[in-house]
Write a protein of this length. Structure first.
Length: 343
């Protein structure tokens, strides 16, 4: 698929077929395009081989391919940009060995409108894309002519050879969704996910959070208890039956924080981020004695930086000998180095 509907960027893909009797490790093969060798890698720890008699997809952006064609597998990752005006593409094990296979397409192939350049027997044809399944048998041609009777009645007629009337059925519009950007967060903080969909139809959403949890609803909210790297998967389906899948990643890391306090009306509480990533303190709270302050949304401390929150912003002043603590949105105390305030 070198010229998909809409923008080509990131949405081009190549299908390969294993016609041998043994599995093939595709990660040991390169895609050669325009004289450039592109490595092929497994996607998100998925399959590295193609079984005998099976198809596989090599995509420029696997996440965009899976949004266009949910459920197709296996999918491999690479990086390439295919020409819409004809070129040669090859699979190669090394620069010194002969190509495993190759294909060329002419500028006049015109594989547009959701069509791809496919092998049909010994020939190559332009037909609607069939990723993960058998190729089309022949080039698709659809020529139905309709008109109006010229001899009274004014009823619609068709030159179609079949006797039934023309169907008014239209397939549901294609659905594409995005689960959103890659996220970085501390544990015990609630993350909000606002998906984007390509159609305004009624859509049902289901979220899988990667830690055993799941939820339903357009807006997803989830809190992770333990550090780790989690795959978030969004399933969407319209009331007309169109479906799509999207995924993103959440990295949860314990913050490296130190808290220092200075008492009095002109005092402050200082938060230092000792980690290598920025830290979002939104909904975290500072507590000292009977005083409490909650950070507003997107209160971000840069890596290796610190912020001082003055007493007038806190709404309370620390007393001499009083300790200040930083707490997660859920109320648990953050593991941090706390300095006792002194006069």
């Amino acid at each position: 698929m070198y010229d998909p509907d809409g923008t080509d960027t990131g949405r081009e893909w190549v299908e390969v077929y294993n016609d041998g009797v043994a599995s093939v490790d595709l990660t040991g093969v390169s895609l050669v395009e325009g004289g450039t060798r592109h490595k092929i890698a497994s996607y998100l720890g998925g399959a590295s081989t193609i079984a005998s008699g099976a198809h596989a997809i090599v995509a420029d952006r696997p996440e965009l391919f899976l949004a266009d064609y949910p459920g197709v597998s296996p999918v491999f990752d690479s990086a390439f940009s295919l020409s819409n005006t004809g070129e040669t593409l090859a699979l190669s094990e090394s620069a010194e060995s002969p190509d495993v296979d190759s294909v060329s397409w002419p500028a006049e192939a015109a594989a547009t409108g959701g069509k791809s350049w496919q092998r049909s027997g010994e020939a190559w044809v332009t037909a609607l894309a069939t990723p993960g399944t058998e190729n089309a048998d022949a080039e698709e041609v659809a020529t139905t002519t309709t008109g109006t009777s010229s001899s009274g009645g004014g009823s619609g007629v068709s030159t179609h050879a079949e006797t039934p009337g023309l169907s008014t059925y239209s397939p549901p519009p294609a659905l594409k969704v995005s689960a959103g950007r890659v996220r970085l967060a501390p544990p015990r903080t609630t993350l909000r996910f606002d998906p984007v969909a390509s159609v305004a139809d009624r859509i049902s959403f289901r979220w899988s959070w990667g830690d055993g949890g799941s939820s339903r609803g357009k807006v997803g909210r989830h809190s992770y208890r333990f550090p780790g790297r989690y795959a978030v998967v969004l399933y969407a389906r319209t009331s007309l039956g169109a479906a799509a899948v999207s995924r993103t990643t959440v990295t949860v890391a314990e913050p490296e924080i130190a808290v220092a306090a200075s008492p009095g009306d002109g005092g402050f509480i200082e938060i230092r981020n000792g980690g290598s990533d920025e830290l979002n303190l939104g909904d975290f709270s500072l507590r000292a004695g009977s005083g409490s302050f909650t950070f507003p949304e997107d209160s971000i401390v840069l890596p290796g930086a610190s912020v001082k929150v003055p007493a007038e912003t806190l709404g309370f002043a620390l007393k001499a000998g009083e300790a200040a603590s930083l707490r997660y949105p859920e109320g648990a105390e953050v593991v941090a180095s706390t300095t006792t305030a002194t006069s």
